[in-house]
Design a protein around this ligand. Structure first.
Ligand code: PGA
Length: 246
């Protein structure tokens, strides 16, 4: 399975940051994995332009479930696709927490992404309290089942397991914990999609992935890439993670 290394710029970046896109493309002209950057929505067309002719794909960080309408401040998957992006992250824990997004809302967004021809990168992951209570697997399975829309396939869907307590904290889940959750997710997918799609759907790990810890994470059987926040902002750091995946 070809790994995907996706960078989530969150609410960071600017026109000037397109220099990082050029630097990344120059350093990795023919990467041995899929590479994607997800900037804030207003930067999508600017990054699509900056990445044109390179192997860097562009994704959005969120979309609305509807195609158009009275939804001030929201962006439709259709427009994201029209701007040249090929994917959209849905259900990131920061959106679940800051905007009260439920599994059902996330499944509707992922369905809208599919309808628009976009890959949906569906994020799931437990909080520290849930892990401490021994509920990490139960939460991951239930978020997966609740957030995966009908019609999800290995081609149009990527799952990102991101333990909330590992995001932006420098705390990384142990290789044993990542292995346990990812293999449980692989098994759970088989109840939600065809056996072929369940086996071929990419499962990303996210949460404080850095050049220095990426190789050991990518060595885990059911880890097929990473969703990277902080370390995706600088071409040198992100490039180090791409090199580890290669
Ligand atoms: P981080 O963020 O790499 O900065 O921990 C990961 C994410 O939220 O996708």
């Amino acid at each position: 399975m070809r790994p995907l290394i996706a960078g989530n710029w969150k609410m960071n970046g600017s026109r000037a940051a397109m220099a990082e896109v050029s630097a990344l493309a120059a350093a990795h002209p023919a990467p041995g994995c899929d590479v994607m950057l997800c900037p804030p929505a207003p930067l999508l067309p600017i990054m699509v332009e900056a990445a044109s002719g390179t192997k860097i794909a562009v994704g959005a960080q969120d979309c609305h479930a509807n195609v158009s309408g009275a939804h001030t401040g929201d962006t439709s998957a259709t427009l994201i696709a029209e701007l040249g992006a090929t994917a959209v992250i849905v259900g990131h824990s920061e959106r679940r927490a800051d905007h009260g997004e439920t599994d059902a809302a996330i499944a509707a967004k992922a369905a809208a992404a599919h309808q628009a021809g976009l890959i949906a990168i569906i994020c799931i992951g437990e909080t520290e309290a849930e892990r401490d209570a021994g509920r990490a697997l139960e939460v991951a399975r239930s978020q997966l089942a609740g957030s995966l829309p009908a019609g999800a396939t290995a081609a149009n869907t990527v799952i990102a397991y991101e333990p909330v307590w590992a995001i932006g904290t420098g705390k990384v889940a142990s290789v044993a914990d990542i292995d346990e959750v990812h293999s449980a997710l692989r098994t759970a997918l088989a109840d939600l999609m065809s056996a072929e799609d369940a086996a071929a759907t990419r499962l990303l790990y996210g949460g404080s992935v850095k050049p220095g810890n990426a190789a050991e994470i990518f060595a885990v059987t059911d880890v097929n890439g990473a969703l990277v926040g902080g370390a995706s902002l600088k071409a040198a750091d992100f490039g180090g993670i791409i090199a580890a995946a290669e």
